[in-house]
Design a protein around this ligand. Structure first.
Ligand code: TYD
Ligand code: MG
Length: 466
């Protein structure tokens, strides 16, 4: 029996393969997400020949014997890294760009991915690493206009305006740059598959071929991926598995700073963030994020409290704002920005039950300043303090920092790495840190910082407001 090409239906949401079309993907439950794609025929050994040749050897048909050195015999040291000099970028990657790696840069349209990567290209070009910028989204002239604003070595970067993968790869093979930038994976297509650019099959295949190119030639490949509404990179999780490193570029579209976050990194730690400020000339690294986030703090308004979060290995001070206001008709509103709304509901219930603060007739708005997402439980204490401050309409001292997790019983629990948080508070000129009584470090962690241990939230409110 000759192997015949079979066709598969791939879910555009989760990437699952189905043999039959259906209205709903039974893997992820998405509706109308299956798209037909022609699969490459697998040259499977027919069962008859397998029997004839016998077990293992037939399965190895077409392969050749490879070397298997003992690990101690493997030569080479940890490879060099190329520094771009954009400090925050190098930092998030784990100390620079690893030659031959593939890096996915995801983010919403308009967030600044093209700008960031063109700046990276410019820096690399200046450092003598030839760079090819392949754009399927913009013409070479549009990229040139951006390069004019960025300056530096940007005008020296070689450009290619192309959407066909084969042409991009052939050009890259001939130009032989050290770094290839593909902007974006969703505009790329291969002639080998039928689907339109941007569908999961195309995105996966193009990414896999680019990855192979990176490994075979030692070229570092950056790939831009647009993020869909759901927050995944379109053509989604499957793409993240292919590449070595995944960086997300994020930030509030109305604010002028951006966060670069590593969510996967085969060559460094994850969850580090890099902070940039946008300007006419492109992105500028911000060395001290706390300064940026604390910069616009108002004087003595009620409802504001500061916490010290750990973003990867770096402690960062963040302001939390709460506003509790008399509700109009119907169910009072609960609106949280940068904070989990279920967590907010939980804290409101704890404040009601354990500290007698009732929010049932009040609208509650909570905002984590600077477009930051507060996900660590260590931020609970600041959220509770901000809520109480708003309801009492009493301002919290400007130079106080709150770190602690709030339990259902209203108890304050210690958090990890409290010394580093206290040290950052001290660096930023804060004078008091409120934290769990059980978590007060033995020796003073930050110079000139007073540590106030609290047992419960009512204990905290007593210390703060009476
Ligand atoms: P762009 O890099 O095109 O975003 P993306 O590739 O993610 O869609 O940036 C969007 C717009 O913002 C573009 O018009 C340029 C502008 N911009 C600046 O002026 N300065 C900056 O520092 C950045 C990042 C963007
Ligand atoms: Mg772009």
């Amino acid at each position: 029996m000759s192997p015949k090409a079979r066709s598969v239906y791939r879910c555009q949401e989760c990437g699952a393969e189905h043999t039959k079309w259906a209205g709903r993907c039974d893997t992820c439950g998405a509706w109308n997400s299956l798209v037909e794609e022609a699969a490459a025929a697998r040259p499977a050994a027919s069962s008859k020949s397998a029997r004839r040749i016998g077990g293992a050897t037939s399965m190895a048909e077409g392969g050749s014997v490879a070397a298997t050195p003992r690990l101690r015999e493997v030569s080479g040291s940890e490879r060099e890294r190329w520094k771009t000099g954009l400090d925050e970028f190098d930092f998030v990657l784990g100390g620079g760009i690893v030659p031959g790696s593939m890096i996915l840069v995801g983010g919403e349209p308009g967030i600044g991915k093209s700008t960031l990567l063109l700046q990276v290209a410019a820096r690399l070009e200046s450092a003598g690493h030839a760079t090819l910028y392949a754009s399927g989204e913009e013409s070479a002239l549009q990229v040139k206009l951006r390069a004019g604003r960025i300056g530096g070595g940007a005008m020296e970067v070689q450009s290619l305006s192309e959407t066909m993968l084969e042409t991009v790869l052939a050009t890259a093979a001939s130009v032989a740059p050290r770094v290839l930038i593909v902007d974006s994976i969703q505009t790329l297509f291969t002639a080998d598959l039928e689907g339109a650019p941007g569908n999961v099959g195309q995105v996966r295949e193009c990414a896999a071929r680019l990855m192979r190119f990176a490994k075979e030639t030692g070229t570092t490949v950056f790939v831009v991926g647009h993020v869909t509404k759901g927050g995944g990179i379109a053509g989604p999780k499957t793409l993240e598995h292919i590449v070595d490193t995944v960086l997300y570029f994020e930030g509030d579209a109305t604010l002028d700073h951006r966060l670069l976050r590593a969510t996967k990194n085969r060559f460094g730690s994850v969850d580090e963030i890099g902070v940039f400020r946008m300007s006419e000339e492109g992105l500028e690294p911000v060395g001290n994020p706390s300064e940026l986030f604390m910069g616009d703090r108002m004087g003595d308004a009620s409802g504001s409290a500061v916490t010290a979060l750990l973003e990867g290995s770096r402690p960062v001070l963040i302001e939390v704002q709460a506003l509790a206001a008399k509700a109009g008709f119907g169910t009072p509103q609960r609106v949280a920005t940068g904070y989990d709304s279920r967590r907010l509901a939980l804290l409101l219930a704890v404040l009601d039950k354990r500290a007698g603060l009732s929010f049932s007739a009040l609208d509650v708005f909570l905002n984590v300043v600077g477009g930051v997402r507060l996900q660590e439980p260590a931020g609970d204490l600041a959220v509770a303090a901000a809520l109480a401050s708003s309801i009492y309409d009493r301002a919290i001292p400007r130079d106080a920092v709150f770190v602690g997790e709030v339990g259902l019983g209203g108890e304050i629990r210690p958090v990890s790495q409290v010394e580093r948080r206290i040290a950052e508070a001290s660096n930023m000129g804060m004078t008091t840190v409120y934290l769990s009584e059980r978590g007060v470090p033995k020796r003073g962690a930050g110079r000139g910082v007073k540590m106030v241990g609290v047992r419960t939230i009512s204990d905290l409110f007593q210390k703060l407001f009476t």
